[in-house]
Ligand binder design. Structure first.
Ligand SMILES: [Zn+2]
Length: 249
């Protein structure tokens, strides 16, 4: 156990930056990462507002944050894939390597997953984290820390549909990942899609969503789904975990 300063959700709507005891030690297959940037996800906001997402209920103070990028400052003795000073981002959910889901190659569906900032697991809004090297990924030089941490773009400042149209010569995007899970984001995902494109639904709606089927049909859109975390299977929640390696709600 050691004490670090962290962003702690004490209880509903009570957030404090304070010292908290964390039990973490660098194993042979782990890296210690100095955190640079943490994105704030819909699930962090949901825990702040409601103290729970489905069956995951905050019963004790918990460090928030699960979308992070930083710099490796120590590597375990068996780690060969990463070095000190590597810029990295981390996958926030770590499955049991021996579980049935993991052995089937569906490790993101492992019911035993330990996911940052999902009670009782502390999140990463703190100076350093110890994380398995296997779930830590070097960032290419052209990817910033905030891109690695999936820091959101404010769509109030930019018109996403216009932006995608401009970038694709008016054709639309081949693949759109919706990581928000709102009716408005589903509508926009179809809107920015190219004819024959694919929408991947990752965001978790809080309730069934009635979306415009015809808008999808006229583009012959293919719709696929991804379960971000066990929490999205067991609970419908407005968590907006992100895609890619870092986060999936
Ligand atoms: Zn997230």
């Amino acid at each position: 156990m050691f004490s670090v300063q962290a962003v702690v959700l004490e209880s509903i709507r009570t957030l404090r930056v304070r010292d908290i005891e964390i039990a973490e030690k660098l194993g042979a297959h782990d890296v210690r990462v100095r955190i640079h940037t943490v994105g704030v996800c819909g699930s962090d906001v949901h825990y702040y507002q409601h103290g729970a997402i489905g069956p995951f209920v905050e019963r004790e103070p918990m460090v928030l944050g699960h979308e992070a990028a930083g710099v490796v400052e120590a590597v375990g003795s068996a780690v060969t894939s990463l070095r000190v000073d590597d810029r990295v981002c981390m996958e926030p959910g770590v499955p049991d390597p021996n579980s049935r889901a993991t052995r089937l190659g569906l490790y993101n569906l492992d019911p035993a997953m330990r996911f940052w900032a999902t009670p009782p697991v502390h999140g990463c809004l703190r100076p350093t984290v110890v994380h398995p090297a296997a779930f830590t990924f070097r960032l290419p030089d052209n990817v910033s820390f905030s891109e690695g941490a999936i820091t959101p773009v404010n769509i109030r400042d930019e018109n996403l549909t216009e932006l995608v149209r401009r970038a694709t010569g008016g054709w639309g995007a081949d693949v759109v990942f919706d990581a928000v899970g709102l009716l408005s984001s589903f509508t926009q995902a179809i809107e920015v899609l190219c004819p024959g494109g694919c929408v991947v639904l990752i965001g978790v709606p809080g309730a069934p969503v009635a979306f415009d089927v015809v808008a999808a049909q006229v583009k012959e859109a293919r719709i696929e789904t991804i379960s971000a975390t066990p929490m999205s299977i067991r609970a419908r929640s407005p968590c907006s975990a992100a895609a890619s390696s870092t986060c999936a709600h």
